[in-house]
Design a protein around this ligand. Structure first.
Ligand SMILES: Nc1ncnc2c1ncn2[C@@H]1O[C@H](COP(=O)(O)OP(=O)(O)OP(=O)(O)O)[C@@H](O)[C@H]1O
Ligand SMILES: O=C(O)C1=C[C@@H](O)[C@@H](O)[C@H](O)C1
Ligand SMILES: [Mg+2]
Length: 187
């Protein structure tokens, strides 16, 4: 069986800080590989409504519990999966990631302001705190955890998004965790 067939295991999971590109890049990687794409934030929104409202109504711990249930379900479904920025902080989620190829996307602080502008991210829009300073604080706090569960790191700060997509697709094929091109199969 190749990893293009549903195996009950994800071909690849994307993690990383808010705005690193997990959703945008994950969707394109899935399209390039002909695999299904799931985004845990979108799944949560479908079932529970907008994320800022969940934070407001129920608080962050309740969001994390919902998120963990969603991640566990989605991980069981296979394909290319983008996690929410904070998902790997849950120990059970880290355990669920064991044995799965995990791609860490990073992005430099100097480009994050443009990416998060105009978006509602509850952890970055608290009180009168500066969203970029909050982003950096949270990124620094989480980075050791991200690194501890990742198989490979790609930075998305510069160059066209498609360049990162191509590098992830090539890596996934080289690691034999994604369908090969016809040329590869003919070798
Ligand atoms: N080279 C690039 N790589 C990734 N994203 C880029 C790039 N250049 C611009 N962007 C933009 O940055 C934003 C990345 O946001 P995206 O929602 O994909 O991040 P995310 O990692 O899924 O964040 P979150 O943790 O909040 O879900 C998008 O609006 C995307 O168009
Ligand atoms: O980094 C985080 O904690 C978050 C990232 C987003 O993907 C959402 O899951 C939510 O806004 C929280
Ligand atoms: Mg996302």
């Amino acid at each position: 069986m190749t990893s293009s067939e549903p195996s009950g295991r994800p071909a690849l999971v994307l993690i990383g800080p808010m705005g690193a590109g997990k959703t945008s890049i994950g969707r394109r990687v899935a399209r390039a590989l002909g695999l299904p794409f799931r985004d845990t934030d979108s799944e949560i929104v479908k079932e529970h409504g907008p994320i800022p409202e969940i934070f407001e109504r129920l608080g962050e711990p309740a969001f994390r519990a919902i998120e963990h249930d969603t991640v566990r379900r989605v991980i069981g479904e296979g394909g290319i999966i983008a996690l929410g920025g904070g998902a790997p902080m849950h120990p059970d989620t880290r355990a669920a990631l064991r044995g799965t190829p995990v791609v860490l996307l990073t992005v430099a602080e100097h480009v994050i302001a443009a990416r998060i502008r105009g978006q509602k991210r509850p952890l970055l829009n608290r009180d009168d705190r500066d969203p970029v300073a909050e982003w950096t604080r949270i990124r620094d706090e989480r980075m050791p955890v991200y690194e501890s569960v990742s198989s490979v790191v790609f930075d998305t700060s510069s160059g066209p998004m498609q360049g990162v997509v191509d590098r992830i697709v090539a890596w996934a094929r080289a690691e034999a965790i994604a369908p090969q091109t016809q040329e590869d199969q003919d070798d």
